[in-house]
Design a protein around this ligand. Structure first.
Ligand code: HEM
Ligand code: HEM
Length: 184
């Protein structure tokens, strides 16, 4: 016989994340997909390059990403998802990977922002709300951060590939409910 509390636990297990957490997860996925495409197709940036065209789009999508990631992390810290029923090994691996994803989701945009500041470019949310400058104009450190930004974008890309492979592994090999936890 299925008790009312078992049913409640089952639905908590199958949809581990609340609607806001799911919305923020998929919003960040969309923004990131655009940001990688723009980052890898925009023209090379040199001294004196103006932040127009695709570069302006990279700064605009980047500003939205920073806001979405911060809101997402604050939401996550204040709203714990129901735990997944994973083996101890997979539980550690998934926590480590998610932790690294969050770290990269903070570090990559911050380094890009610092580089934009060092070039004297303003970063605005939705074209209106200006973010403060976090690196002095012409600062060599801010400049170097642009290079690290490009390398770390690859690290983030590799983590995402691993994460997607894991989601598909759960769905098609382990045939458990993990993928459903992040679906509507
Ligand atoms: C996770 C989000 C982001 C990703 C995946 C990303 C990705 C990239 C990529 C792939 C490049 C080209 C690197 C190269 O070809 O060497 C790039 C360059 C750049 N990005 Fe981002 N970016 C992100 C967020 C941001 C943000 C938030 C800003 C600023 C607000 C920003 C500003 C820049 C700037 C200024 C460059 C040129 C760096 C240079 O060449 O010195 N990016 N980004
Ligand atoms: C841009 C790409 C992505 C990023 C940066 C990303 C990031 C994350 C992070 C940080 C978490 C941990 C959530 C938490 O516990 O706070 C998570 C969970 C999850 N993601 Fe993604 N994700 C991405 C794409 C995807 C895609 C394409 C899928 C599906 C194929 C997916 C499926 C999932 C699932 C199922 C969970 C829940 C895992 C669990 O039950 O603990 N993600 N994602």
């Amino acid at each position: 016989m299925i008790m009312r509390s078992d049913q409640a636990n089952f639905s908590r297990y199958t949809s581990g994340y609340d609607g806001t957490a799911k919305f923020l997860h998929w919003l960040v996925v969309l923004l990131l997909a655009a940001q990688f495409v723009i980052g890898w197709t925009m023209p090379g940036i040199h001294k004196g390059t103006r932040p127009d065209g695709l570069i302006a789009w990279h700064l605009g999508v980047g500003a939205a990403l920073i806001a979405a990631v911060v809101v997402r992390i604050v939401w996550r810290l204040t709203h714990r998802p129901a735990p997944a029923s994973l083996s101890p090994f997979l539980s550690v691996v998934s926590h480590v990977t998610h932790g690294l994803l969050y770290l990269a989701l903070l570090a990559v945009p911050l380094l890009g922002w610092a580089n934009a500041s060092s070039r004297g470019w303003s970063v605005k949310l939705l074209g209106v709300l200006p973010y403060p400058s976090i690196s002095g104009v012409g600062s060599p450190v801010g400049h170097a951060m642009g290079d690290i930004h490009g390398y770390l974008a690859w690290v983030l890309f590799a983590l995402i590939a691993l994460h997607i492979a894991a989601a598909l592994f759960h769905r098609f090999v382990l045939k458990d409910q993990t993928l459903q936890r992040m679906l509507p």
